[in-house]
Design a protein around this ligand. Structure first.
Ligand SMILES: Cc1cc2nc3c(=O)[nH]c(=O)nc-3n(C[C@H](O)[C@H](O)[C@H](O)COP(=O)(O)OP(=O)(O)OC[C@H]3O[C@@H](n4cnc5c(N)ncnc54)[C@H](O)[C@@H]3O)c2cc1C
Length: 313
C-alpha cells in the first residue's frame, strides 16, 4: 500500500508546496506503515523528492496549467491507492473534488497538521478563511486531503527512491484553460517567503517605487489590496484577499492597508504580519504581530535606509 501525493511544478521545477505535501504524506505513511509515491507533471529532477520521503516518483509529460483539473483528477485517481495528498493551492483545490468523486473518497481540505487518526481520518483543518479551526472526520475507506500552505512545513526524511515515466492524455475535460497569467513581479507571490504589500494609503501608482525597493532589499514579492488593482495601480496578479490570491508567507508587510476582513481572508495565514498605517485604530493592527503607527512615506524610506545600513555593516 502506498500514499500518493500530487506534487506541483512550475517550468519543470518543484514548487515549495510540493516538498511540503510530500513531507505531509510521509508523516501519514509513517503512521500507517506505508510508503509514499509522488506524481508530477513535467518534473526535471524527480530525485529531489526522495529527500522528503517519496520512494517512487511517477512523472508525466505535459503542462499542468493547461490541463483541465478534471483530467488531472482522472490521471491521479488511476494511480491512487486509498490515500491521496495534494497542496491546498488553486491547482490542488481544483483537482481534489474531481479526484474524490472518481475515487468515491472522503475529502478533507485545508488540513494544517498531521492527522489525529488515520482510520477513521481525523484531522484539524482551517475554516472560515483561516479564522476558525475544525476537527474534520471521514470514515470513508479512501481519503483525499489537501494541505494548507506553509502550515505543516517542509521536513526532510530521506529515502532511497526511483522514478518512472508514465503516459498521460492531456486532452479532454469540461473545464477549458483559456489563458494563464503569471505574476508580473520578480518572484512568484504564492511561493515567496516574504511579501511586501501596498494599499490605497499609498495614494497612487507613482508611489510604488519604495514598495518595490523594500521588496528587492528583502528578496520579497510584491502584493496589493483589491482597490489598488481595481484602479490599475498594480496588476490583478498582485491582488491578495478573498477574491484574490491567498498567500501564507513567513513575513507579510502591509503598508497603507486598512485590514478589511476580505483582505485578511487571503493573508491571515502568514506566519508574521507587520502593519504600517497612520491610523492607530486601523483594524489590521488587531491581526498584526508588529505594528508601526506612522506615515508610510516617512516609515518606509527609514526602513529601507536601516536595512541598507544593516546589510552593509
Ligand atoms: C465581496 C468583496 C470582496 C472583496 N475582496 C477583497 C480582496 O480580495 N482583497 C482586498 O484587499 N479587498 C477586498 N475587498 C475590499 C475590502 O472590503 C476593502 O475595501 C479593501 O481591502 C480596502 O483596501 P485598502 O485597505 O487598500 O484601502 P482603504 O480601506 O482605503 O485603507 C487605506 C488605509 O491606508 C491608511 N493610510 C492612509 N494614508 C496613509 C499613510 N500616508 N501612511 C500609512 N497608512 C496610510 C489608512 O489609515 C487606511 O487604513 C472586497 C470587498 C468585497 C465587498
Amino acid at each position: 500500500m502506498s500514499i500518493l501525493v500530487y506534487t506541483e511544478t512550475e517550468n519543470g521545477k518543484f514548487k515549495k508546496n510540493a516538498f511540503e505535501a510530500v513531507s505531509y504524506a510521509k508523516t501519514i505513511a509513517d503512521q500507517a506503515g506505508d510508503t509514499v509515491t509522488a506524481l508530477a507533471i513535467n518534473a526535471d529532477d524527480a530525485s529531489q523528492l526522495y529527500k522528503y520521503g517519496a520512494s517512487k516518483v511517477l512523472v508525466a509529460k505535459g503542462d499542468a496549467h493547461k490541463v483541465s483539473p478534471e483530467v488531472l483528477g482522472k490521471l491521479i485517481s488511476e494511480h491512487a491507492d486509498n490515500f491521496v495528498v495534494l497542496a491546498h493551492s488553486n491547482e490542488g483545490a481544483s483537482i481534489a473534488p474531481f479526484l474524490a468523486y472518481n475515487l468515491e473518497a472522503g475529502l478533507i481540505t485545508n488540513a494544517f497538521e498531521a492527522p489525529q487518526s488515520i482510520s477513521p481520518l481525523k484531522v484539524n483543518r482551517k475554516s472560515f478563511s483561516g479564522k476558525g479551526i475544525m476537527l474534520a472526520e471521514t470514515a470513508a475507506d479512501k481519503k483525499v486531503v489537501t494541505v494548507s500552505a506553509n502550515s505543516f512545513g517542509v521536513k526532510e526524511s530521506a529515502v532511497d527512491g526511483s522514478s518512472e515515466d508514465i503516459s498521460f492524455d492531456a486532452a479532454g475535460g469540461k473545464v477549458k484553460v483559456e489563458n494563464v497569467e503569471t505574476n508580473s513581479g520578480k518572484l512568484d507571490l504564492k511561493e515567496a517567503e516574504i511579501v511586501v504589500s501596498g494599499g490605497r494609503g499609498l495614494k497612487g501608482p507613482e508611489n510604488w517605487g519604495m514598495v518595490e525597493e523594500l521588496a528587492d532589499l528583502l528578496g520579497a514579492a510584491t502584493a496589493c489590496s483589491k482597490p489598488v488593482s481595481d484602479m490599475d495601480w498594480r496588476p490583478h496578479s498582485e491582488h491578495v484577499g478573498q477574491t484574490g490570491k491567498a498567500i501564507a508567507p513567513n513575513l507579510y508587510i502591509a503598508i497603507g492597508i486598512s485590514g478589511a476582513i476580505q483582505h485578511l481572508a487571503g493573508v491571515n495565514s502568514s506566519k508574521n504580519i507587520v502593519v504600517i498605517n497612520n491610523d492607530a485604530e486601523a483594524p489590521f493592527f488587531k491581526s498584526a504581530d508588529y505594528g508601526i503607527v506612522g506615515d508610510a512615506f516617512e516609515v518606509v524610506p527609514k526602513l529601507i535606509e536601516s536595512i541598507k545600513k544593516y546589510k552593509n555593516s
